[in-house]
Design a protein. Structure first.
Length: 279
């Protein structure tokens, strides 16, 4: 039997859709996993009741999907920042991450939390990037034991310089993972966010494969796959060759084409790309 990729989609693409209808559409198009932006459920994760969490989980499972995890972790509430020199604000921000760990664990088993959040980790108040990264590492280390206890994996996401000046390469993300030294902290690869990397993306994915727990696919301008000229094949080839067991998840930032068109066109394009690997 040939190697099979696991395809997921980020739920904010289905903006304003009822949750069950969105899940049903995702599964009908062919996705088997759902990745959730917490702000689509509530401003504060702690405001989502135990009953609501069970309902979301039941809907995901009843519609034939698996819960993948969370991303856009700090889009709400506003004002949080995890690397600021302001200790009180920093601690409050990391408590928010702890709340998200609990939400992630309640929505499904073995979920991941993709930690990008450029505006909430970039340098502020004259702090140097190196010190901001140290604050980030310390905060991550403080929540890692709780994440491990709840079987959640927090993923350090590298971001390009046009978004953030803290942790801007996959190598830097890996260094943070190694410093924290917890099985609950790993990294991920995002085709859109790797524009500043100096080496071929496939080389990086191969080099750091053992620490990569998740993959986001999109064009380098943020549109959905197939609308630009990003060459996905080398990355997919490495993932197949290395028998990647985790999710390939669609994340798009331009919703103008419409939810189902984005979802359907992206998956059909990705499937055609993967088919070429067998030729």
């Amino acid at each position: 039997m040939s190697f099979q990729f696991k395809h997921a989609i980020c739920n904010e693409i289905y903006e304003k859709w009822p949750f069950r209808d969105a899940c049903r559409s995702m599964r009908r198009i062919g996705y088997t996993g759902i990745e959730i932006a917490p702000f689509t459920l509530a401003e504060y994760p702690r405001d989502i009741t135990a009953a609501q969490r069970r309902e979301y989980r039941d809907i995901i499972e009843s519609e034939g999907l698996r819960f993948v995890g969370l991303h856009w972790l700090m889009a709400s509430p506003k004002g949080l920042h995890v690397t600021t020199p302001n200790r009180e604000l920093r601690e409050r921000s990391w408590r928010h991450i702890t709340d998200l760990v609990d939400l992630c664990a309640d929505l499904g088993e073995n979920g991941v939390m993709v930690f990008g959040s450029p505006k909430q980790r970039c340098t502020v108040e004259g702090l140097a990037p190196k010190q901001a990264a140290a604050n980030y590492t310390a905060g991550l280390a403080s929540v890692a034991p709780h994440a491990q206890q709840r079987a959640v994996t927090i993923l350090v996401e590298a971001l390009p310089l046009n978004q953030c000046d803290v942790i801007t390469t996959l190598a830097e993300a890996v260094e943070i993972v190694k410093q924290v030294n917890s099985p609950a902290v790993r990294t991920m690869f995002d085709t859109h966010n790797a524009v500043d990397e100096s080496e071929p993306h496939a080389v990086l994915v191969d080099r750091y494969f053992d620490l990569i727990r998740h993959v986001h696919v999109n064009e380098t301008d943020g549109r959905h796959p197939g609308t630009g000229n990003y060459d996905f094949l080398p990355v997919f080839d490495v993932l197949r060759r290395r028998a990647y067991q985790h999710w390939v998840s669609l994340e798009a930032f331009d919703f103008k084409p419409g939810s189902e068109k984005i979802a359907n066109d992206s998956l059909r394009f990705i499937e055609k790309e993967i088919e070429q690997l067998a030729l």
